[in-house]
Design a protein around this ligand. Structure first.
Ligand code: NAI
Length: 290
């Protein structure tokens, strides 16, 4: 594995690019939006500068990591990649379209992975002419800090592809766990009631956002409360994942989305990335306001 391609330069794609470049790979980071590419570049500059300030990296190392990340808007830039990780919008038809297009560009040994949180990896793989080389590689947010990565073979995936992908991700310093191709895999399925019950408690007027988060962190011992975490993940992504898991489990009421999260996504109150979610994240604020 030498060259890693990443599709989508949002929260996940830029984080995964940092991880792969830090592990020594040349990285091609693609996005259909120039604004997002610029934002990712600025974000990566800022993060690496902070790591230098903290003494975690030398200036030279940070510079070399940034030099290994190549930003592009052209899918053709993936032609020499050995592994491509897709991290675009959580929409099955858009993801399938990208996998279809990739087939016409990449070399025959290239492994194709999706970072989907909740969609069927087997359905995504079915769009590819060579579904045996497609699998799920699911990072958590923020990718550079979260050690766990779920490896999800589609039912079509070759065992050798799974082994190679897993070995690569382990070499990036991550801890991998194999998960079956079922909605939400392991972590996102376990996490659904964490968000779902918190939203129901809010909607029933039992406690407000800040109180629920306070109780879960101070008393429950969680690092982040459910609303802080939803704002961190992005309320659009989190709503889509909830809806997908709900539908994929044949409308099992355990996973039913809440109107509040749907309205937050519709209003564009996406959380940290839009500056407003369950909390306000105005420029220069260290302590977000409910
Ligand atoms: P995001 O909204 O921050 O970024 C998505 C990026 O994809 C945007 O920059 C957008 O311009 C780009 N994009 C959309 N369609 C495209 C296309 N057709 N071609 C090229 N670029 C395109 O989303 P985020 O949060 O990074 O999520 C991406 C994927 O990762 C989703 O599948 C999500 O479910 C998954 N994921 C998200 C996590 C989270 O905490 N946000 C955690 C783990 C997985």
């Amino acid at each position: 594995m030498k060259i890693i391609g990443i599709i989508g330069a949002g929260s996940m794609g830029s984080g995964i690019a940092q991880v792969a470049a830090t592990a020594g790979h040349e990285v091609v980071l693609l996005d259909s939006s120039n604004t997002m590419l610029q934002k990712a570049q600025q974000g990566l500059n800022k993060i690496l500068a902070r790591l230098v300030e903290k003494g975690n990296l030398s200036k030279l190392e940070a510079g070399a990591i940034l030099d290994r990340i190549h930003f592009t808007g052209q899918l053709e830039a993936f032609e020499n990649c050995d592994l491509i990780i897709e991290a675009i919008v959580e929409d099955l038809s858009i993801k399938k379209q990208i996998f279809r297009e990739l087939e016409t560009i990449v070399n025959k040994n290239c492994i194709l992975a999706t970072n989907t949180s909740s969609l069927s990896v087997s359905a995504i793989a079915s769009a590819s002419e060579k579904p045996h080389r497609v699998l799920g590689i699911h990072f958590f947010n923020p990718a550079p800090l979260m050690p766990l990565v779920e490896i999800i073979p589609a039912i079509q995936t070759d065992q050798a592809v799974v082994s190679t992908a897993r070995k690569t991700i382990n070499n990036w310093g991550k801890i991998t766990v194999l998960a079956k191709d079922t909605p939400g895999f392991i972590v996102n399925r376990v996490a659904r009631p964490f968000y779902g019950e918190a939203l129901r408690i809010l909607e029933e007027g039992i406690a407000d956002v800040a109180t629920i988060d306070w109780a879960m962190t101070e008393i429950g011992g969680f690092r982040m409360g459910p609303f802080t975490l939803m704002d961190f993940i992005g309320n659009d992504i989190n709503y889509t994942v909830t809806e997908t898991v709900f539908k994929s489990f044949f409308y099992d009421p355990r996973y039913k989305p809440a109107f509040t999260q749907k309205r937050m996504a519709e209003a564009g109150y996406l959380g940290r990335k839009s500056g407003k979610g369950y909390y306000n994240y105005s420029e220069g604020t260290t302590q977000p306001e409910p």
